[in-house]
Design a protein around this ligand. Structure first.
Ligand code: PMP
Length: 357
């Protein structure tokens, strides 16, 4: 395709490349691919949703010139919205919990967005970043338009109309498994619905961090969690409209220790520096390769720039505070653990086994 000139930054959103992860593909005799969403202009997959949500709101007349976009965000949606807002002559107010990586706060400010930091708290607390953003728009509806990425189905549309078709084209229709973590669920929902229409046999897996209830929801219909995670922007404890649309065959939870291990391995072997949610995705893809391989073509997402995880995932002092071991660099025990998970558990006999002697 001839190289073209873009008229503004939003035209560079999407059409991201796909790359093989050579090391893990060799080890599993599968092909494990990464869709490089880190190469979007805002450095994350959320640029796609930001653009679609703003375009639809402008078209529907909910958002007008001179207004300010307001959104609660773990950071990446805020960066995407800041870029899109600038391109359309709009303002942005991003409401963020104060415990997220400072890297993302800085990028929102550099792109001209205004930041409001609130204390990290439970969703039931009215000061939660989600409720704070909503309240700002409710109190001043002429000035602010609230994006609501969790319930706004333009988010789903971004991935159904573009991410899914891109994957189908890049993989030339040959894909066995899609693996993704979820925040709003926009990515996994839009991509899974599109790809299942095109490749009915494709299997879709949700990989969930500890501290999230999505995996339990898929298995039991209830949001239950154990532990917590250093990953950012993924995991949730309630059912939201975007996630509800996802077509998921199976779900599993992986630990932060797996995230740390796989991020180091892929960095050392392949030179790919993953952010924390992307490292979880890649660990998930490895597990799917081990359990469903060999000879499977598996794709997952490189969701954002590795730099955004510098102060947590790549900071040994921080990892120590979470009791994570950075000396575990051999991937074979992880592969052994994943293949063990797959074996059917031997049911305990309910009756004592009779003895004949
Ligand atoms: N990874 C990162 C780093 C993110 O910021 C997000 C979204 N917050 C996701 C993954 C998940 O994307 P989605 O909202 O489409 O589920």
């Amino acid at each position: 395709m001839p190289l073209k000139v873009a008229n503004n930054l939003t035209e560079l959103i999407g059409n991201t490349p796909v790359v093989l992860i050579p090391s893990l593909s060799r080890l599993t005799d599968c092909e494990i691919y990464l869709k490089c969403e880190n190469l979007n202009p805002g450095g994350s997959i959320k640029d796609r949703a930001a653009l679609q949500m703003v375009l639809d709101a402008l078209e529907e007349g909910k958002l007008k010139k001179g207004m300010t976009i307001v959104e609660g965000t773990a950071g990446n949606t805020g960066i995407g919205l800041a870029i899109v807002a600038k391109a359309f002559g709009l303002g942005l107010l991003a409401v963020m919990p104060s415990d997220q990586a400072k890297e993302k706060e800085r990028m929102i400010a550099l792109h001209g967005g205004e930041l409001k930091l609130v204390e990290a708290c439970a969703f039931s607390n009215p000061n939660h970043f989600y409720h704070t953003a909503r309240r700002i728009a409710e109190e001043n509806p002429r000035e602010f338009w609230w994006v609501n990425q969790f319930e706004n189905l333009s988010n789903f549309k971004a991935h159904y109309s573009r991410t899914g078709p891109e994957i189908f084209e890049q993989m030339q229709g040959q894909l066995d498994c899609l693996v993704a973590s979820a925040g709003t669920g926009g990515t996994i929902a839009g991509s899974s619905v599109y790809l299942k229409e095109k490749i009915p046999n494709i299997k879709v897996f949700l990989v969930d961090p500890e501290g999230s209830g999505m995996c339990s929801y898929i298995h039991t219909g209830k949001f239950e969690k154990t532990g917590s995670s250093l990953t950012e922007g993924i995991g949730i404890m309630r059912l939201v409209a975007n996630f509800q649309k996802a077509k998921i065959d199976d779900a599993f939870t992986l630990s932060d220790q797996d995230v740390v291990m796989i991020s180091q391995y892929v960095r050392d072997q392949d030179g790919i520096v993953l952010g924390s949610s992307s490292a979880l995705n890649v660990a998930g893809a490895l597990k799917v390769a081990v359990c469903h391989g060999p000879k499977k073509r598996i794709l997952t997402f490189n969701c954002d720039l590795g730099e955004r995880s510098y102060s947590k995932l790549y900071n040994s002092d921080y990892l120590k505070t979470r009791h994570l071991d950075i000396t575990l660099t051999d991937v074979q025990p992880l592969i052994a653990k994943y293949s063990e998970d797959q074996k059917p558990k031997i049911a305990k006999p309910t009756q004592p086994t009779p003895s004949y002697h």
